[in-house]
Ligand binder design. Structure first.
Ligand SMILES: Nc1ncnc2c1ncn2[C@@H]1O[C@H](COP(=O)(O)OP(=O)(O)OP(=O)(O)O)[C@@H](O)[C@H]1O
Length: 265
């Protein structure tokens, strides 16, 4: 496993279930500081649940999550989150949605300073001029940009993303993928990212490493380093035989898990 000694994030022997049904069992993961991990897996394998445990929104039954060497005991601003469905407060102007996060991360910051920082991040995600709008006035792609601005404005060492582009059309999805990588690479130090997706190509485009979860119970069944240099282009990836080989290996790992489950049923 990579980054065992410099892991910013560690999941150790983790087990978790809902109402007596085990969802995740025996999860061990070490994510190197400043790296980008994609969590891939079939529907129901527990990707979102694992992210919620890392976020501190759920507590493990066994094992633990360590973020920056500290056990995670609940949500915290050092672990910023972006979910699939924008999750902006509808009653707040866009700038205040972002500024609210800044104020949580920096208690005591003046309201005007928080709003200025929020406006700066909205500009960075390509949303100048919408600061005073309400979320309902924005398209889905724009709302998701604003949600990303809100998470990035926290300037947290961890960025936890649960299928953040899943609800977007292909053009906006590609734009936001590029934007995310650009913003992640532009930050010093880079935040450590855990990104849930069930899109293999998205994982290989974005991540340094892909952990594949199998289902029933969810556990890591394969772990691949993604070797492509950055900046990455889709055209270069599609022309690279290693991309196709990785896709194949991931599909094989998922197929083997499905067959094993069918055989056990
Ligand atoms: N709040 C909940 N209460 C009870 N069961 C839940 C809850 N949330 C998720 N589950 C169950 O836990 C399992 C894992 O769900 P989870 O959403 O983590 O999987 P996932 O891999 O993220 O799936 P998807 O790709 O469809 O989002 C599923 O069987 C799901 O039905």
């Amino acid at each position: 496993m990579s980054g065992a000694t410099t892991a910013a994030l560690r999941v150790e022997r983790l087990r978790f279930g809902y109402g007596g049904t085990t969802v995740l069992d025996g999860i061990d993961l070490a994510v190197a500081e400043g790296s980008f991990l994609a969590l891939l897996g079939p529907s129901g394998s527990g990707k979102s649940t694992l992210l919620r445990l890392i976020a501190g929104l759920e507590s493990p039954e066994r094992g633990r999550v360590l973020a920056g060497n500290r056990p995670v005991a609940g949500p915290g601003v050092e672990r910023a989150e972006v979910f699939q469905n924008y999750a902006l407060f509808p009653w707040m102007r866009v700038v205040d949605n972002v500024a609210e996060g800044v104020r949580k991360a920096r208690p005591g910051i003046a309201r005007t300073a928080a709003r200025a920082r929020a406006a700066d991040y909205l500009e960075r995600v390509g949303l100048p001029g919408v600061a005073e709008s309400y979320p309902f006035e924005l398209s889905g792609g724009m709302q998701q940009r604003a949600a990303i601005a809100r998470a990035l404005a926290l300037e947290s060492p961890f960025l936890l993303m649960d299928e953040p582009f899943g609800a977007l059309d292909p053009v906006n999805r590609a734009r936001l993928q590029d934007l995310l990588v650009e913003l992640w690479q532009g930050r010093a130090p880079r935040p450590t990212v855990v990104f849930v997706t069930h899109d293999v190509d998205e994982a290989l485009l974005l991540a340094d490493r892909v952990a594949v979860l199998g289902a029933s119970p969810g556990r890591v069944i394969a772990d691949f380093a993604v070797p492509f240099e950055r900046p990455r282009s889709r055209a270069a990836l599609f022309g690279d035989h290693r991309f196709h080989a990785l896709r194949e290996s991931i599909a094989e790992a998922l197929d083997a898990d499905t067959l094993a489950r069918l055989a056990a049923a």
